[in-house]
Design a protein around this ligand. Structure first.
Ligand code: C2E
Ligand code: CA
Ligand code: CA
Length: 731
């Protein structure tokens, strides 16, 4: 029964097999054909070598039974023909020729086996069976190899196309493999890295990395690393640093076979410890993402927040910090310090005569000379334009200050050579002494400023030390202060509106409310002249509230008249924002006038945030919960803004005018504009560029996909009536 079944299966298999029998004796052909057909094979015959070649050329066979001795065109010739034409059919030689040489030659030419004439049928079929079986195995192996190769190509493609560097480390932290990104980004080929320690790529020792590799040597499976920022060296070591976010995952036994198979012997370490599931720790799978560009933007933004980019000196913020520290230090040690206010004489005329670029060069050259007059520990900063402020800590007395001032004045007396021109400038210096003439940083700076004006009055290249007689000059601001009180009572304040347009649609989507003071004698006064004073005297609380109420009422009136709704942005001073009831005040005012909260925006500066970040987050969140938007004003001029920005519920950053103004001139500023826009996009914040004055600036900002702009190019701030006319005139 079993034998019958096997017989049936064999016949079934044979029926799929096409055999070509080749012999030059027709008698042999006929008898072999009959024999094979009896076993159910599909049989074809060729009388002689030539005919065999023709048939092989045009038909498909699984097996050739080939006679060797066939006159002119013998079996060797047929095999040579097959080899030449790439005809790949399993061949069994059937021949009376049994010399060792003949057999060897036939096998070497591609025959799979050899049957000696005369043969018994059993002998013949046994040989055919075993040959076909071997062929079957071979085919299967080839198919499998092709499959493996294909999937290996696929995986390599995926790994090499990854935007990140991908690599494998063994348990000791040496490379087993790296993808092609490693070579294109850092210059190391996978082959040269093999066996090299990951540590060798680090710019310096790194505690976390050392720790994990140390424990890894003992095959303690580690947690690996997750998004750790590392500086990795380029092969060329050009000094240009590249930063990466690196992640290392621990990998276990399974993959180790693969790691070893990557053709690189793992050091023959002792049997590794097994974990709970019986897997052993084998090494790391790592990825490294290049974050250099992001780091560069961040550090550029951070640097410019504390420095003047033209001269690379500390700016006002950094100077204020240093002065605070110096004052505290002087108090503790009973020392004197001096603050000097420096202002160049005739700088404006240099600018007007030779142009801004020479003006910029002059400022840089002046700074170089000033720095030569200073001691270590002194801080020179640029407050803007041609104004510098100098901090001299631990000074002996006023005589020392006078000496330094004299040195500075002398240092600038020699002409400057700029672009082939000889340029002369002078300098006026005012100084204030701590603690005698000012106990706080603001007062010290103000007094130094007053003394500087005194020096200007004395004539070019002068120095003046503040004394109380100069305080007279303050009377001006005291007068202003009392008048400002009246301004509120007498309804002398006005709100002007500056339109903000969308760069995509060119339509007005909002307005910023800006306060003005209509003074009965002096005419229209701009906020630059009275806001600081109002803040000092806390009158800004009343002024600010008045502006909000007035603007909300007026803009709501326009909406009621059928004007499409406009977003109203109102400036809030830090004192207002710090008030505990800020949120209620805003919400109550909006409710009182039935003003839709989603059209209201608060503009606050970054510095407000820094005092009480947690409290601010709460307030801003509750404003946001009411649908009210918050914009960061003068963005980029304050603190290193990136760290907290993403934590705050804010909607908009207002790119400061100073950056926009320099779009055509200084390259560095332009890249800050780029960096800020890129960052704002990354954080999905709206950007409003302020102070856009010409088409070049507008086009540049539009190209950067800065959504909104505001500035004289579109319109100056306008009284309500004029704004309505402006809106009506736009398509
Ligand atoms: P800000 O908030 O940065 O307002 C923008 C200032 O830039 C406005 O000056 C505006 O007139 C001016 N400006 C707009 N476009 C251009 C331009 O294309 N070129 C130039 N050169 N300037 C442009 P403004 O109205 O004199 O206000 C000065 C500052 O006073 C404001 O700066 C803001 O900090 C403060 N301020 C104004 N109104 C209020 C207010 O109601 N409350 C508070 N707390 N501060 C206010
Ligand atoms: Ca503003
Ligand atoms: Ca601003």
């Amino acid at each position: 029964m079993k034998a019958e079944l096997a017989e049936m299966q064999a016949r079934q298999a044979a029926s799929n097999i096409r055999v070509l029998v080749v012999d030059d004796e027709s008698r042999m052909l006929t008898s072999l054909e009959a024999l094979l057909k009896y076993k159910n094979y599909q049989v074809d015959t060729a009388l002689g070598g030539k005919l065999a070649c023709q048939k092989l050329e045009s038909n498909h066979y699984d097996l050739v039974l080939l006679d060797l001795n066939m006159g002119d065109f013998d079996g060797y010739a047929v095999m040579a023909y097959m080899a030449e034409r790439g005809i790949n059919v399993t061949t069994v030689v059937v021949s009376g020729e049994t010399s060792f040489d003949a057999v060897r030659k036939a096998l070497r030419m591609g025959a799979s086996d050899y049957v000696k004439k005369p043969y018994s049928p059993e002998e013949l079929f046994a040989t055919i069976d075993s040959t076909l079986h071997k062929k079957l195995l071979r085919d299967e192996r080839d198919r499998y190899q092709a499959h493996v190769q294909k999937s290996e190509t696929l995986y390599r493609y995926i790994v090499d196309r990854s935007p990140d560097i991908v690599f494998l480390l063994n348990a000791e932290g040496s490379f087993n493999f790296s993808n092609s990104q490693m070579e294109s980004v850092l210059g190391y080929s996978s082959d040269e890295l093999v066996g090299t320690s990951f540590n060798n790529l680090l710019d310096g020792p790194h505690r976390q990395v050392e720790e994990i590799f140390n424990s890894a040597v003992d095959h303690v499976a580690t947690e690996g690393l997750h998004n750790v920022e590392l500086c990795l060296k380029h092969r060329a070591d050009s000094g240009d640093k590249k930063y990466f976010e690196v992640t290392l995952f621990a990998v276990h036994t399974d993959i180790m076979g693969v790691m070893e198979n990557m053709g690189h012997e793992n050091s023959p370490s002792e049997a590794p410890a097994l974990n709970a599931v019986g897997e052993s720790f084998a090494g790391y799978y790592g990825t490294a993402r290049d974050v250099t560009e992001r780091k560069k933007s961040e550090s550029l933004i951070r640097f410019q927040a504390y420095h003047d980019l033209l001269t690379r000196l500390p700016n006002r913020s950094l100077f204020n910090d240093r002065l605070d520290l110096a004052i505290a230090h002087s108090r503790r040690h009973n020392q004197l310090l001096v603050v000097m206010y420096l202002d160049l004489d005739r700088f404006k005329s240099v600018n007007d005569t030779f142009g801004h670029s020479v003006g910029d060069l002059l400022l840089q050259a002046v700074v170089t000379r000033l720095q030569k007059c200073l001691r270590e520990g002194d801080t020179l900063s640029r407050f803007g334009g041609d104004e510098f402020v100098l901090l001299l800590p631990e000074i002996g007395g006023t005589l020392d200050a006078e000496l330094i001032a004299g040195k500075i004045i002398d240092a600038l007396k020699e002409p400057f050579e700029l672009e082939g021109q000889e340029v002369f400038v002078g300098i006026s210096i005012g100084a204030a002494l701590f603690p005698e003439f000012g106990g706080s940083k603001d007062v010290l700076i103000k007094h130094a400023d007053i003394a500087m004006y005194q020096a200007k009055i004395q004539g070019n290249n002068s120095y003046a030390l503040f004394d109380h007689a100069m305080g007279e000059h303050l009377s001006h601001s005291i007068k202003l202060e009392s008048e400002l009180h009246h301004a509120l009572e007498n309804d002398e304040l006005r709100v002007f509106y500056q339109p903000q347009i969308c760069t995509k649609t060119d339509s007005v989507i909002g307005v910023e409310a800006l306060v003005r003071w209509q003074h009965p004698e002096r005419g229209l006064i701009y906020p630059g002249e009275f806001i600081a004073l109002a803040e000092e005297t806390k009158m800004i609380l009343d002024v600010g509230e008045w502006v909000m109420r007035h603007a909300v009422a007026e803009v709501k009136g326009w909406m009621d008249q059928g004007l499409p709704p406009l977003r109203l942005a109102v400036n809030f001073s830090s004192l207002q924002v710090e008030q505990a009831n800020l949120v209620e005040k805003v919400i109550d005012t909006l409710a009182e006038f039935d003003f839709p909260p989603r059209y209201f925006e608060l503009e606050i500066t970054e510095s407000v945030m820094m005092h009480d970040l947690e409290g601010m987050v709460k307030k801003l969140q509750s404003l946001a919960d009411h649908g009210i938007a918050v914009a960061i004003d003068d963005f980029g001029t304050g603190y290193s803004s990136l760290n907290y920005l993403h934590k705050l519920p804010i909607h908009t950053v207002k790119l400061d005018q100073s950056f926009v103004r320099n779009i055509q001139s200084v390259d560095l500023e332009v890249s800050i504009v780029n960096a800020i826009c890129a960052m704002a996009h990354g954080l999905r914040l709206n950007i409003v560029a302020e102070g856009v004055e010409n088409q070049e600036q507008y086009d540049y900002l539009k190209k950067l996909e800065c959504q909104e702009v505001q500035g004289y190019l579109i319109s100056k701030p306008l009284p309500g009536e004029a704004l309505l006319q402006f809106l009506a005139a736009r398509p």
